[in-house]
Design a binder for this molecule. Structure first.
Ligand code: SF4
Ligand code: SF4
Length: 510
């Protein structure tokens, strides 16, 4: 056998002067990267993914994990990662799996966009004194409102009253434009789902189930849940559909455009198997396409079937990955009776995706929002659907910029997980998340304390909401509605002409 010629990526160092040999680190590491023998701690650097659980739990602060400085011969093309990937595939002959979002150093356009603020002649608004309207309605809006006059008798007198004649489509009412996107039960633990459900309920917003069905323990949060129907149809039946406030059809995902989902069998526990309605321990692989959708007309049929199944009371969203022709596809979706289009950019997270897809396929969410908003306006379809943006939204400024580029609201995913303790180690597909998030191992799941995690996620959404109000006030705007698609409030910095055009922005200073 050819020995590994690439040194381990991380190095675990124990400060033996500080270590009291309590063995906590060995118990905490689910990857067996640390073991305790009788009188010493033994480390296995090649098993470490730098999830940082051991170092965080060490009572003596005796553990340091660093990127291994000894990376062999340096080469600008054949980096340690490139060589490691070749070796792994030479050993296994398999597709390389990865977790979390795109890990390549592509530009993050959010960081090249700056915001406007009022000065002197256009006064800013103080959100502590003036009301700021962040309420957001997700769903189809009528082109115009029609009223009719009806006669009513009040105190014996006939009075003419106006009454809304236009039929309003069902919309989701959000107290903040921030929702939590779809992460399935199976990919993540039930404790994570419960914590996020509690958080969205407190914040007056919504979370998605992902494609893994809805565990019965979450039925009490139905009013704040968006159920998902993906190509595998896992867990989908009429009871499931009726347990949400909206339904999302997942066509694509930003982390792996063009392919379906993959939940490794190790994560299909008895409870997951019951919720997904699949055999325990079997890989849950959803097909790349929906086998009943090959055109916008087919999609429209599924949209209407789902509406019919829920008596036309729930809005139906369609989620697609951000790809080259995203604007044309989104415009087609707007004509399919769908109420919102969800665009997932290539920085979006995942529990498991082929590395080659995660790092190479799709386009950034910033340009996708701009292209979709423009196309829907050009075609007169903007009112027919809301735009929900996701994939790499890291802070309130990214939310603000997304809305100014043209989105109605955003989904966050990784940020909510980080709030619960995720260290973005990227090994979610392995099923051994030491933080109790991306795992189904009972001993690991119980590490995630539901109430504490719920507090942290709701704190995060609350803090971002607060910051958005401050940013709006500084821009002299008192309603999120007035920010939507208001790209004049943005400027590009450090971008070339083509990039500015794709984003629909002016250069800073102009
Ligand atoms: S947790 Fe810290 S103190 Fe305890 S054995 Fe590990 S390194 Fe030593
Ligand atoms: S959820 Fe867990 S396994 Fe996945 S990246 Fe975060 S810490 Fe790592």
């Amino acid at each position: 056998m050819i020995p590994s010629t690439v040194p381990p990526k991380y190095k675990i160092t124990i400060d033996h002067d500080k270590c009291i040999l309590c063995g906590r680190c060995a118990k905490e590491c689910a990857w067996d990267a640390i073991r305790k023998s009788k009188d010493k701690i033994i480390t296995y650097d090649n098993r470490c993914g730098s999830c940082f659980r051991c170092a965080s739990m060490c009572p003596r602060d005796a553990i340091t994990i660093i990127e291994n400085p000894s990376q062999g011969r340096k080469h600008p093309v054949w980096t340690p990662e490139a060589r490691q990937d070749v070796l792994n595939q030479a050993n296994s002959g398999c597709i390389l799996l990865s977790g979390m979002g795109n890990a390549k150093d592509y530009p993050i356009y959010y960081d090249n966009i700056v915001l406007d603020a009022c000065q002197v002649t256009n006064p800013s608004i103080d959100p502590l004194r003036e009301p700021m309207e962040l309420r957001t309605y997700i769903g189809s809006k009528p082109e115009k409102l029609e009223f009719e006059y009806v006669e009513e008798e009040i105190d014996g007198k006939k009075v003419k009253k106006s009454k809304l004649k236009t039929k309003i489509a069902p919309n989701l009412k959000l107290d903040t434009p921030i929702m939590i996107g779809h992460m399935s039960y199976g990919a993540i633990s039930l404790n994570s789902h419960k914590a996020m459900a509690k958080a969205v309920k407190r914040c007056g917003t919504f979370m998605g189930t992902g494609e893994g069905g809805l565990h019965r323990d979450l039925y009490e949060y139905s009013d704040n849940i968006i159920t998902q129907v993906a190509s595998g149809r896992f867990g989908v039946n009429s009871e499931y559909l009726s347990k949400g406030a909206a339904i999302e059809i997942k066509i694509g995902q930003g982390a792996k455009p063009g392919i379906g989902g993959h939940l490794p069998g190790e994560k299909v526990s008895a409870e997951v198997s019951m919720t997904r309605m699949i055999p325990e321990g079997s890989d849950a692989i959803s097909p790349a396409p929906h086998h009943d959708i090959y055109s916008i007309e087919d999609l429209a049929q599924l949209v209407r079937s789902l509406k019919e199944a829920t008596r036309w009371k729930l809005p139906v969203f369609v989620k697609i990955s951000a790809v080259h022709n995203v604007a044309a596809i989104a415009n087609g979706i707007a004509t399919s009776d769908a109420d919102a289009v969800v665009i997932d950019g290539f920085k979006g997270g995942t529990g498991a995706a082929p590395k080659v897809f995660r790092d190479n396929v799709g386009i950034p969410i910033e340009v996708a929002i701009s292209a979709v908003d423009d196309r829907l306006r050009e075609q007169g379809n903007r009112n027919k659907v809301s735009i929900i943006a996701s994939g790499g939204i890291r802070n309130s400024a990214d939310v603000f910029k997304s809305i100014a580029l043209g989105a109605d609201a955003v989904y966050i995913g990784t940020a909510a997980m980080i709030a619960m303790g995720c260290t973005v180690c990227g090994r979610c597909y392995g099923g051994k998340c030491c933080w109790g998030i991306a795992t189904q191992r009972a001993d690991l799941v119980e590490r995630l304390e539901i109430e504490e995690a719920a507090d942290r996620v709701s704190n995060l959404i609350g803090a971002w909401t607060h910051e958005i109000k401050e940013l709006l006030g500084a821009a002299g705007i008192n309603s999120i509605e007035s920010l939507r698609g208001n790209r004049d409030r943005l400027r590009g910095i450090g971008l070339n002409e083509v990039e500015l055009k794709a984003l629909g922005l002016k250069q800073a200073g102009l």
